[in-house]
Every structure is written in C-alpha cells, then in structure tokens.
Ligand binder design. Structure first.
Ligand SMILES: [Zn+2]
Length: 342
C-alpha cells in the first residue's frame, strides 16, 4: 500500500504556506445518490458502477490501491491567484456583462465555440517515479496522456504538441513534498511561459490527484528561473491505463491544464450568488461534485442542474465531457494576454 503524506502542496511558490480551504465542502448541499452502486452517464448513456467509496465529501479510498486520496484539492482558487490575474478576470467578467450577454448565452446553448485563433501549446511530460517503481509509467502511457489532452481540447481549437518526455527515478521527487517540489521543477522545467510542463508523480504528496498554477504576468524575456514553478503536478496513477479507479482516463491532466490556461473551478466561491468563476455561462454551483450524479441530477443551487460534466468541476473521468463557450473564450483571451509569445 502506498503511504500518503498529508502535506499541503504549493501551487505557486509564493503561496507555499497558504492553507487551502478547498476541502471544506458544505455537505448539506450535496444531494444523495440515486442508489449506492451505479450511475448513468448522460453523455454516453452508459450505466456505470460507481466504485467510489466516499467516506465524506473530501476523501475517497481507491479500491485498486487501497489508498486514501483527497478529491483533487487543486490548491487553485482566486485567493491564491496573483493580483494581476484577479483584476483581469474581474474586468473580463464585467465587460461580458456589459455586452450582449443575453444573446450570447442563448447562442451558447446551441453552438460549440472555438478559440478565436487556433492555439498550439508545446508540451513536456515529466514522469517521476520512486526507484522501486521505475518503469511502471511508460512512454506509451505518456503518449496516451497527450492524446487524452488533445481529445478534450482539440474540439475547441486548442492543440498540445508533445515535444518530449523525461523519466526520473527519485524517491523524494516522486512525492514532491515541501522544498522537493521547487527543486524538481527547477531541475526539470523546460521551455518558455507558453510551454506546458506536466509532472506526473507516482506518490504525489498530500494524497491529491493534482495541482496546478494559474497564469500570471510575465514579461517577454523574463528568465525561466523566475517562473520555474509554472506547470501542473499530477498523480501519475491518473494517467490513461494507470491504477486510479475512476480517474485513470487522463482527465485529471485535462482539468489541471484548464487551470494553467486560466480557468477557475465551476464551484469557485462555493456560492449560488456572486461572481463565482467569473464566467457568465457556467451554471452556479455551491458544492464540488463527487462522481457523476445525474440521476437525480446534483443541484446545489435553486432551480439549476450543477455542471457535473464540466472539466472544471471535480467529477470522475467518465463524467467529464465539456467546456462552456465562456470558458473557451476565457482561455483564448488569457492565452493571448499571458502566455502567447512569452
Ligand atoms: Zn482544480
């Protein structure tokens, strides 16, 4: 059994000490399952066993490894973002409200939008195992992970080009607790601020599925040493074909990459009112989603169905299927502002 070290994982070096509150779910908002063992995925129509033995709203036990895992716990929230990022998304949200929001919302119901200009992102995958588990994550799995990213993002005009894969056997880096996180990123990160670096750890600290950084302001020519922490750290057991039951289709990387491109959670703020994720067409949600509750549909806000199929919720891999048009527009805008040409 894998030992799990409960340590806060820093997304951005500057907030390494900041405690996350993502695990404090309002339990009273979480609707019970239709039954205890199965759910029907509305997108595929498949009835699936719902393997997840939720002990509470924040943890589950992976039956294949008997490991207790925190539910994502991305450490991504507005309070941890840079002031520049927060000002930007607030302004974009206001601009959208002042434009023809109503007609756009109606349009968004019937059309799948793409980014205004195709985005091509250089991608590096860093596989980090313990010495004892060296070889357990293969190049084929890294290739499948890149493919899973593209399956999710290509329909929206975003492509990831796998430029390289590194393999490291390092007992400390496989866990990436505390200072080891900075050390491995300083050693392994490649490319510029427009290059996506995904680190897959076999024993990621904190028992989390993944964590990532939001974009922040970097000038052309800023040395990489000043943004070495940029990128996503992901539990390698979530890679396609790996061991994390329910989460082994590579979709954790899809979710974390959404943060890298500037998206917040659909449940940001854990409230039915207010600005939420600063995107106009994501349905308000006061609680993150466990599994894929569509029968009955999870509804944490009055009169609306929660966006359980949205990549920026906390649903299971099979449940994830979409971004909204507003999220796609946001990724497009923030790519241009923060990463393109950097
Ligand atoms: Zn997240």
């Amino acid at each position: 059994m894998k030992s799990v070290v409960i340590t806060a994982v820093a997304a951005w070096a500057a907030v390494a000490a900041a405690a996350t509150n993502l695990t404090h779910l309002p339990h009273d908002h979480v609707k019970p399952w239709a039954n205890g063992t199965h759910f029907t995925d509305r997108t595929t129509g498949h009835t699936m066993q719902h393997f997840v033995l939720w002990s509470n709203g924040t943890h589950f036990t992976d039956p294949s490894t008997n490991t207790t895992v925190k539910h994502f716990d991305c450490d991504v929230q507005q309070g941890h973002a840079s002031a520049h990022f927060n000002r930007t998304v607030q302004r974009l949200h206001l601009d959208h409200q002042h434009s023809a929001a109503g007609s756009r919302a109606a349009k968004s119901l019937v059309e799948r939008s793409k980014v205004s200009t195709p985005i091509s992102v250089p991608l590096y995958i860093h596989v980090i195992t313990k010495t004892a588990s060296q070889g357990s994550i293969t190049q084929a799995m890294a290739n499948a992970q890149a493919k899973a990213l593209n399956m999710a993002y290509n329909p929206y005009g975003i492509t990831f080009v796998l430029k390289g894969t590194t393999f490291n056997a390092n007992d400390a880096w496989a866990v990436a607790a505390g200072a080891d996180m900075d050390a491995l990123k300083k050693a392994l990160r490649v490319g510029t601020y427009s290059t996506l670096n995904l680190y897959f750890h076999t024993d990621l600290s904190g028992g989390v599925l993944g964590t990532c950084t939001l974009p922040s302001q970097v000038q052309v020519g800023t040395p990489q040493a000043l943004y070495f922490s940029d990128g996503c750290n992901i539990n390698a057991n979530t890679m396609p074909g790996a061991s994390m039951t329910g989460y082994n289709m590579g979709k954790t990387a899809v979710h974390e990459t959404g943060h890298w491109l500037g998206l917040l959670h659909t449940f940001e703020g854990y409230s039915c009112s207010g600005t939420g994720d600063f995107i106009a067409d994501t349905t308000p949600e006061s609680a993150s989603t466990n599994g894929c509750p569509t029968n009955p549909w999870k509804s944490s806000c009055p009169g609306t169905n929660d966006p359980v199929h949205n990549y920026m919720d906390y649903s299971t891999d099979a449940c994830y299927s979409r971004f909204t048009n507003g999220q796609v527009a946001r990724m497009s805008t923030l790519w241009t502002q923060y990463r393109k040409g950097m």
